[in-house]
Design a protein around this ligand. Structure first.
Ligand SMILES: [Zn+2]
Length: 500
């Protein structure tokens, strides 16, 4: 009888914004409790990080130990206590598993804590300490990883998302599982190679929307190289995360090669050089709040919403999500059939829910955190139109079939403007987030939401236009204004004249 290979899988995912004053704690994470994966049977059929691992394990007849898959919306660094709790739990479960044939870790790649600038490297070091040098470790990463040399040294396999919006979470973990399976069976001897240049930004932030742009072009080249050389097991193009003030921040190319060979490093280097050439290409433009609202006033109503994207206050990039500058302007403009939100404000959400549907209320909304970035609270006066526990099942292309929650939430109608206040800091990512309040997004005239990239998967197809707005939030368009201290120098664009 064939002995089943035993694989330990686990996920800890967070993108940590160096310049956010809000530290990330256990309360911010979901999916972190041991037993989370086994107690959520719907995950196996979801198009998620967990789904890719669960399906691969079934197909490959692994004995899979997958205790948890923790993730939190991007925010400030993890407190030391939070990092120790999550990584400690991972290591405890790995020890309990006894001997394993392989390890598959779904990590972000740009997580840091009060104590560690490279949390993923630290996790890998601790995992290696348990399993030893010969058990293969595969990484499935977000393409916004700030991939470090330490990660390259400690992992045998690495692969990253190939889409932004990240609609290939399932495919990425499934691919990592396949590569791990080959290594465990001795069909390959994988090794990770990494290339970096003095760039803090580039690859158009990894955007793959539409058919053009540097990321799509480089992804095409990567697939061609893999097709031509069977020993190039995976090529990953990482756009990096430039709000992470860490030494190795920025774009990188990783190659998982079969064995030791300089040609794998050459592949990584050549694609990285191609990325350097297009480093200043950015596919979106931002306008001021005034220009955005003026544009909305003049825009004829048509099929689908005009979406005003409050990009710089986007939780998906680590911002607070409680910014009020666009809300304030839209309340004043009072354009027909406008929806603003979700806005993160647990206090306002609780007040509105307590008042109840149909009740007239007056309350302050937003601006609870760092007002430098978010602006001051704004007075909203109106009727509570609907309330919800905020739970929804994602039906769009992003993490389809998984459950999300905005927490206790309410929709307040102030003249023509409906304001959605929520108690969990979530990015707009799925139309269901609005439908649970009785709103059909494609029928709205003006939708103002705090999206960056991921919302585009489900919302761009129904929008009549997207307008990206710079509201002065923490996901600053001009990130050069932040006081970087740790990133390697010189580096583009902080040092614009740097050459290679
Ligand atoms: Zn990402």
């Amino acid at each position: 009888m064939e002995v089943k290979l035993k694989v330990f899988a686990c996920g800890i995912s967070h993108e940590s914004h160096s310049f956010s004053k809000r530290y990330t704690t256990m309360e911010d994470f979901c999916g972190a409790e041991v037993g989370y994966v086994s107690s959520n049977p719907h995950l196996v059929s979801s198009r998620s990080t967990e789904g890719g691992i669960l399906v691969a394990a079934r197909e490959k007849s692994w004995e899979l130990i997958f205790p948890f898959c923790a993730r939190a919306t991007p925010k400030g660094p993890l407190t030391s206590e939070t990092f120790e709790r999550l990584s400690g739990q991972l290591i405890d479960e790995l020890r309990k598993a006894g001997h394993v044939d392989g390890v598959l870790l779904a990590l972000h790649g740009a997580m840091f804590s009060e104590a560690y600038p490279d949390c993923e490297g630290e996790i890998l070091e601790r995992v290696r300490g348990v399993v030893g040098q010969t058990v293969p470790i595969a990484l499935a990463l977000d393409l916004h990883t700030n991939f470090t040399d330490r990660m390259a040294r400690l992992a045998d396999i690495t692969t990253s998302f190939r889409t932004t919006p990240h609609i290939d979470q399932w495919e990425t973990t499934y691919r990592a599982a396949g590569l791990l399976d080959d290594a465990m069976h001795g069909r390959t001897r994988p090794k990770v190679y990494v290339s970096r240049l003095p760039m803090l930004a580039g690859f158009d932030m990894g955007r793959t929307v539409g058919s053009g742009g540097p990321m799509n072009e480089l992804l095409g080249k990567a697939r061609e190289i893999e097709a031509m050389d069977d020993d190039v097991l995976d090529v990953a193009l990482n756009a990096g995360y430039y709000y992470g003030d860490v030494f190795e921040a920025g774009p990188s190319v990783t190659v998982t090669g079969n064995g030791d060979d300089d040609r794998f490093q050459a592949v990584a280097d050549s694609l990285m050089r191609a990325g350097w050439e297009s480093r200043d290409y950015v596919s979106i433009e931002h306008v001021s709040v005034t220009d955005a609202v003026e544009h909305a006033q003049c825009a004829p109503r048509g099929s689908g919403p005009l979406i005003l994207v409050d990009y710089t206050d986007g939780p998906a990039g680590g911002a607070d999500g409680d910014g009020t500058r666009l809300l304030s302007a839209l309340l004043e403009a009072n354009l027909a059939d406008t929806v603003v939100g979700p806005i993160f404000d647990p206090q306002a959400a609780s007040l509105a829910v307590s008042a109840g549907v149909g009740k007239q209320i007056e309350l302050e909304v937003g601006g609870r955190g760092d007002q430098t970035y978010s602006g001051a609270p704004v007075r909203v006066s109106g009727v509570v139109r609907s309330i919800s526990d905020g739970n929804y099942v994602r039906k769009g292309p992003y993490s389809t079939g998984t459950v999300g929650s905005l927490g206790e939430s309410a929709l307040i109608q102030d003249n023509n403007v409906s304001v959605l206040v929520v108690s969990k800091r979530m990015q707009p990512e799925d139309q269901e987030q609005y439908r649970i309040f009785g709103i059909e997004p494609k029928k709205i005239n003006i939708l103002a939401c705090k999206g960056i990239n991921h919302f585009r998967a489900d919302f761009e197809p129904i929008a009549r236009e997207l307008v990206f707005v710079d509201t002065g939030g923490l996901v600053a368009v001009d990130f050069k204004k932040f006081p970087f201290k740790n990133v390697r120098r010189p580096i583009w664009p902080l040092d614009p004249d740097v050459t290679i």
